[in-house]
Design a protein around this ligand. Structure first.
Ligand code: NAD
Length: 308
């Protein structure tokens, strides 16, 4: 069993990678956080520090625990170096199949025999990643939710060749991280994004077609359906590029046009409007501000069939 004190490597230090490194480090695991960008690694460690400080201020953890957690994290720009002593690797790089296949080959070549190779992919086939390794039985999906230190769920994805021992190990480890694991099978988007992402895409279509504005769409879903956050606000939090990639995986995987990404989503990603991480999506995001300011980009279109 993989327990507190074990070496864990996290590949990708973006939105998810920094959160995943945070929860492992806070529970006493020795984490190597890996990214191609040294800048991104620096930003990620600063974000983890700030998030731990917030937890200290709210009296969720003691100051000594924050200091110990930060000491548990080292960084590397090399996958080969970063995974060489790991018992578990969590891949959390950009949602792109070709990139993930390349990373899985690198992880497999450099990680010790017996090391479990997991991925935080939102939608991509775990079996495809397992197939490029020499250890498919040790490959599994470990899908954390955003923001990782706050959200309880870990969706664990077995592909047909995942060994039962590995699943049991990852279930037990997820519980040790204070999370609630749910085991599912390897279909495009698994459960979470097969249900969530078409809803977000439909909300974008509603905006695109002029059914209502950003505030109205999000308010209706918050107050009418008791969602803690509207779908457009959630899309900004996830990253519009990630949302688009997931819709494309669903479209290709099921070969069903109902998963066609909304043209407005495609256009926003093309223009670099990625949500919180780029500073603008459906809302404008200012560091340190929680105010919801609707972006000018998303001015409601004239409903088709009506005069403006
Ligand atoms: P992100 O764009 O914020 O971060 C991706 C990071 O990967 C970047 O820092 C990038 O530099 C790094 N990277 C790219 N190529 C690399 C390589 N070859 N080696 C090492 N690092 C590399 O993306 P994210 O939102 O953190 O998503 C990461 C993964 O988590 C994706 O698979 C995504 O689908 C999944 N996910 C995202 C969310 C979410 O809400 N954003 C939720 C659950 C799962």
């Amino acid at each position: 069993m993989i327990e507190s004190g074990a070496n864990v490597a996290v590949i990708g230090a973006g939105t998810m990678g920094n959160g995943i490194a945070h929860v492992f480090a806070q529970r006493g695991y020795k984490v190597t956080l890996i990214d191609v960008s040294a800048d991104q690694l620096e930003k990620a460690v600063a974000t983890i520090g700030k998030n731990l400080d917030r937890m200290v201020a709210k009296e969720i953890i003691r100051k000594e625990l924050k200091e110990a957690a930060i000491k548990n994290i080292t960084t590397s720009t090399s996958i080969a170096e970063g995974v060489k002593n790991a018992l578990l690797v969590v891949e959390a790089a950009t949602e792109n199949l070709d990139l993930k296949l390349k990373i899985f080959q690198q992880m497999d070549a450099a990680a010790p025999a017996g090391c479990i190779l997991s991925t935080n992919t939102s939608s991509i086939s775990i079996a495809k990643m397992a197939a490029v390794t020499s250890r498919p039985e040790l490959v599994i999906g470990m899908h954390f939710m955003n923001p990782v230190p706050v959200m309880k769920l870990v969706e664990i994805i077995n592909h047909p060749g995942t060994s039962k021992e590995v699943t049991d190990n990852i279930v037990s480890l997820s519980k040790d991280l204070g999370k609630v694991p749910c085991v599912v099978n390897d279909f495009p988007g698994f459960i979470s994004n097969r249900i969530l992402m078409p809803m977000i895409n439909e909300a974008i279509y509603c905006l695109h077609e002029g059914v209502a504005g950003v505030t109205e769409i999000d308010t209706i879903m918050k107050l009418g359906m008791a969602h803690p956050m509207g779908p457009l606000q959630l899309a900004d939090l996830i990253g519009l590029d990630v949302c688009l990639s997931i819709m494309n995986v669903l479209l290709d995987g099921f070969n069903n046009p109902k998963y066609t990404p909304c043209p407005m989503l495609v256009e926003m990603v093309k223009n670099g409007k990625l949500g919180a991480k780029s500073g603008e999506g459906f809302y404008v995001h200012k560091a340190g501000s929680k105010e919801l300011v609707v972006s000018d980009l998303t001015v409601q279109a004239t409903p088709s069939g009506q005069n403006s």
